[in-house]
Each structure stands twice: as structure tokens, then as C-alpha cells.
Design a protein around this ligand. Structure first.
Ligand SMILES: [Zn+2]
Length: 85
């Protein structure tokens, strides 16, 4: 199966978020800020996808309150992939 997301910028509660029309999935712009700038193929393991705006907003609120760091600590990324550019 191949999925080539085509991220669009959507306004959700006055905030720019990423939305893929094909799959109907929202992507957290705080986890993957690149999606707001360019269409990138983002590996699933690095991103948080949401089926509804509500779920996305709850997730974003967790970022803002700092709760997310307690819930899951993503591995420290030591090197940026250079072919993103
Ligand atoms: Zn996030």
C-alpha cells in the first residue's frame, strides 16, 4: 500500500494544522512543523495523526500544557535527514 499525503493547511480553532484530503487525517503541526511549509512524505513513526479535529485539539492542548512530555517521550533526534531539502 502506498499513501502519498498531500498536506493542506487548515484552520482549526484559529490554528494552522495539516490536513490530508485523501486520507482525511489531521497531522499535529507541533510534532511535524514541516508539514506547514512543504509537502513532505512523513514517516508514520514520527508523526501523530488524528481522524477528527477534536482529537487533534486535545493533542495540541497536551503540547501546550506540557502534559504530552509526561505521556510519551519521543526519542531524541540526533541528526536531521538531509534529503528533506
Ligand atoms: Zn503533537
Amino acid at each position: 500500500m502506498s499513501w502519498n499525503p498531500n498536506w493542506e493547511i487548515m484552520k482549526v480553532s484559529g490554528r494552522d494544522v495539516c490536513y490530508d484530503r485523501k486520507s482525511g487525517l489531521y497531522l499535529c503541526p507541533l510534532c511535524v512543523p514541516q508539514c506547514l511549509k512543504v509537502n513532505l512524505l512523513i514517516p508514520k513513526k514520527e508523526a501523530s495523526y488524528f481522524l477528527t479535529k477534536e482529537d487533534l485539539l486535545i493533542h495540541i492542548q497536551l503540547h501546550e500544557t506540557g502534559e504530552l512530555k509526561k505521556v510519551f517521550a519521543p526519542p531524541v533526534q540526533k541528526e536531521e535527514t538531509s534529503d528533506l531539502f
